[in-house]
Write a protein that binds this ligand. Structure first.
Ligand code: DAH
Length: 356
């Protein structure tokens, strides 16, 4: 090899060795092999040589180009591996480290109760359906067989949305999650099995009422669903939710416009000690019934073909009973001490096999 090429070769190899990172390496690569790189310029110069001279010089340059290309490639791989290694070291996370004990945050008892309900009904084949907080009067009342003059409309102390040119129909802040039943039946083909947890609103405020609270609705529609299914499903739910396999459950006939027959559901407890399942007294925990034929028809379902049951419960009420929380208002006060006390571990989700 000519002396000048040998000097060039040495200088490129040492520049490559000195390139400490991919950026420096790339500068060397472009400076040698790039369009106006040093080697490319030497190769271009061949065209101006006499044939004899060009032959010898060309062979030497081609060998040099192969060697330098391999050297550039090899150094690039080396630096890439080193960069990856450095990143892995810098970003190392020790997954075996326990999470910090504090501050870790906690799951609010309402969210926790929703998680528990979802786990229990989920195991029974229910899925979760949702609807809007601002609901049409039709979904919240009319479709649920509540006529205009019906007392339930005033009983619920409804917040009405002020009429405006953009709203073609009357809207309310939903007073119950029951409207999601309607939305589900209109949207999905039966058979259906859904629960609908969510926020609800009524103009009411004292130790046991809040203008914003939560309900969880349930709906099951099929061809041969009976009152027996309703009872079995709700007894099972209440026993698992309260963790008492022999919790006494009582069904008491009642009235809701959207079910026929309708029943309120009570659980056994002791007024004296506050103990759930304790015995002498009964406590109402939810409403339920067989979906009214008119409600089915309002959703385009033929009541001679489809039937089912529905239920609705106050989430705060169930969470208060389960956790011994005395005042409803404390749920929304964001008192950090209260949240720490009644909140649950975010790393321990509600799981059936762990007793929920
Ligand atoms: N929506 C009722 C309420 O707010 C609760 C309820 C009762 C829901 C019976 C139902 C039901 O789906 O079947 O008081």
């Amino acid at each position: 090899m000519n002396d000048d090429l040998e000097i060039f070769r040495q200088s490129v190899l040492s520049e490559l060795a000195e390139a400490a990172d991919l950026k420096a390496w790339d500068a060397v690569r472009v400076g040698v092999l790039g369009k106006s790189g040093r080697l490319t310029t030497l190769l271009k110069a061949l065209g101006k040589m006499q044939p004899e001279e060009r032959k010898a010089r060309g062979a030497a340059l081609n060998r040099l180009r192969d060697e330098l290309s391999r050297a550039v490639e090899a150094r690039g791989q080396e630096l890439e591996a080193a960069a990856l290694e450095a990143r892995l070291i810098a970003e190392r996370v020790d997954v075996s480290q326990p999470p910090p004990a504090s501050p870790r945050g906690a799951i609010h008892p309402i969210s926790r109760a929703v998680e528990e309900m979802t786990a229990i009904f989920g195991a029974m084949g229910f899925s979760v359906a949702e609807g809007p907080d601002i609901e049409t009067d039709w979904h919240n009342f009319s479709a649920l067989n509540t006529p205009d003059h019906h007392p339930a409309r005033t009983d619920h102390d409804t917040f009405y949305i002020a009429p405006s040119p953009e709203l073609d129909v009357t809207h309310v802040l939903r007073t119950q999650t029951s409207g999601v039943q309607i939305r589900t039946m209109l949207k999905q083909q039966p058979p259906l099995r859904v629960i609908c947890p969510g926020r609800t609103y009524r103009a009411d405020h004292d130790a046991t009422h809040s203008p914003m609270f939560h309900q969880c609705e349930g709906l099951v529609i099929g061809k041969d669903i009976t009152l027996g299914h309703l009872k079995g499903c709700l007894i099972e739910f209440l026993r698992v939710f309260f963790g008492k396999p022999d919790l006494p459950v009582r069904f008491r006939s009642s009235y809701f416009p959207f079910t026929e027959p309708s029943m309120e559901v009570d659980i056994g407890w002791s007024r004296r000690t506050g103990e759930i399942g304790g015995g002498e007294d009964w406590l109402e925990v939810l409403g339920s019934g067989m979906v009214h034929a008119r409600v089915l028809a309002n959703c385009g379902l033929d009541p001679r073909e489809w039937q089912g049951f529905a239920f609705g419960m106050g989430i705060e009420r169930l969470a208060m009973l389960k956790n011994g929380i005395p005042d409803l208002r404390s749920f929304y006060e964001s008192d950090i001490r209260w949240l720490r006390h009644y909140g649950s571990d975010p790393l321990a989700p509600a799981l059936l096999h762990e007793g929920v």
